[in-house]
Ligand binder design. Structure first.
Ligand code: NDP
Length: 295
């Protein structure tokens, strides 16, 4: 199967690297050209100068951009995906997207007999490097079976969640859990430090108790207590994700005050911490408000 990968960002890059390493013929495209040039020089991949050129020979096209509207923006025009993509190809969008825009994209591609699946991923940059990502799929199960060998290059688990948009929806709710856990942990640990409790000791208890989460078990010990705060997943993207979750709750008339409030707090944090801050740096905002560091 010929493949194309569009969007060599923090997570797209290691995903594409695994596709190349698995032996699939690969063509890459990235908006900032130098990133694609560097990737092609380091991996067994060709570089294309436009999205249309990237997808021309591909049976499976993978996109991994910031937002669904970013993916939508690559479809049209003489250099766009629709101008180049083959009849019968499949486009798998690994962006953490929004279901309404995914359905629009699916419709535009369907008119050219191209299948679409929303396929957001979870597991972070390390999971992408190791090939252990969880992939949540919205779309036709038969298309999933067709593209599965390519997804297997970076996936540890693939779950078919339902019709187009279902993958995006599950991802948004997962991200709401993450954002809420992080905020609540930041508030709780700041309080514990002010009470004079060593946060390492507190996490030893919490991680053997019912309040534990991926944040308490992995993110906080590795990134906050060490003060390392590596930048692997931008807070701006988590703000986008929880915004999608809040919007979905509202659209379905589900009272969701915790999700809405967390979305607002992440919007404030994005304003305060900027576009390049990592999601775990939400701790810095709470620490500043509390006048204490969790370390
Ligand atoms: P980055 O910000 O590192 O990279 C974003 C990528 O999208 C870059 O290749 C960027 O191009 C491209 N891009 C953005 N807007 C456009 C546009 N309008 N037209 C063309 N290209 C565009 O993000 P990540 O790689 O971290 O994330 C990508 C997706 O994966 C997001 O939806 C994110 O929520 C999700 N995700 C990320 C995880 C992580 O750990 N990082 C984990 C799970 C999901 P350029 O290089 O030119 O800026």
């Amino acid at each position: 199967m010929n493949t194309a990968f569009l969007g060599l960002g923090a997570i797209g890059r290691p995903m594409a690297a695994r596709i190349a390493a698995a032996g699939f013929p690969l063509t890459v495209w990235n908006r900032t050209t130098e990133r694609a040039t560097k990737f092609a020089s380091e991996h067994n991949a060709k570089q294309a100068s436009t999205p249309a050129e990237a997808v021309r020979d591909a049976d499976v096209v993978i996109t991994c951009l910031s937002t669904s509207p970013d993916v939508r923006s690559l479809l049209d025009g003489p250099d766009g995906i629709l101008a180049g993509i083959r009849d019968g190809a499949a486009l798998v969008d690994c962006t953490s997207g929004d279901p309404a825009t995914s359905r629009e994209i699916a419709e535009a591609l369907g008119a050219k007999n191209v299948a679409f699946m929303d396929a957001p991923v979870s597991g972070g940059v390390v999971g992408a490097e190791k090939g252990t990502l969880t992939v949540m799929i919205g779309g036709d199960a038969a298309v999933l079976e067709r593209v599965r060998p390519v997804l297997d290059a970076f996936a540890g688990k693939i779950v078919h969640c339902g019709a187009i948009g279902a993958g995006d929806t599950v991802k948004a709710v997962n991200q709401a859990f993450l954002a809420i856990h992080l905020l609540c942990a930041a508030e709780g640990l700041a309080t514990l430090v002010k009470e004079g409790v060593d946060p390492h000791r507190a996490l030893e208890v919490i991680n053997a108790s019912s309040g534990r989460s991926n944040s308490s078990m992995n993110l906080i010990p590795e990134r906050v207590l060490t003060r390392a705060f590596p930048r692997t997943f931008r807070l701006a993207l988590l703000e986008k994700d929880i915004g999608i979750a809040a919007e979905l709750a509202r659209a379905n008339r589900v009272p969701a005050p915790v999700t809405q409030l967390t979305a607002d707090l992440f919007r404030v944090a994005r304003g305060e911490l900027g576009e390049v801050a990592d999601h775990v740096e939400i701790f810095r905002m709470i620490e500043q408000w509390a006048g204490v560091e969790v370390k």
